[in-house]
Design a protein around this ligand. Sequence first.
Ligand code: F6R
Length: 242
Amino acid sequence: MINIIKVNNEQQFNETGAGIIASLVQTNPRVKLGLATGSTPVGVYQRLIELYKEGVVSFKLASSYNLDEYIGLPEDHPESYRRFMNEKLFNHIDMPLENTHVPSGNSSNAQQAADEYNRLLDEAGQVDLQLLGLGHNGHIGFNEPDEDLQGQTHIVTLDERTRQANARFFDSIDDVPTHAITMGIGSILKAKQILLMAKGKDKAEIVAKALKGPITTKCPASFLQTHPNVVVILDQEAGSLV
Ligand code: F6R
């Protein structure tokens, strides 16, 4: 079931997302959160930090599992997703760093790192909430459109459009890694609840395809239609076609 919430501005977007996550943490302090990087959740993380600083919520017993990581960037590289998560969220809240998990993109053996992450997810069991952004090509995590999709954590070759979209964070497109490790579609869909967030008119078309179009591997996010509990937060622009 997909429940769409349309908000009117950036502040509502972030507050609504953070509110859903914070209330889960309040009702279940041992909550397991699936987290995402990218530009979409940054304001949500800022709001969560504020709620923590205001004493509204504590992450002391919570744990987190991130969707993906570039292959070949050292952990302290400004664009590594581990560093992103530390800087945008983990360094500012009380979730113990050892409870935070991001696939290891800098291992000498990427396949082994993907397998290890898979084992970790299996041990963790079901995450309570998986936060997702949406790629312009319909990717979730780094599950790019393809003839078939993989269920578990695996290595992906990044789509040219994905590399171009992410080039804004690097000095040049040549510096954007070509490969990444990502949770598979099966792992994402295993979450008890999914929170998909998208904003901006450049996402309107893919939002409509993902939520209302045919379920197809050519739009990985369309598989969210098969999940029993999906909440989607959209601003007016991203939600203009649904
Ligand atoms: C990030 C991720 C990606 C992004 C997507 C949207 O961990 O897995 O799927 O959510 O590329 O990115 P933004 O939010 O930058 O538009």
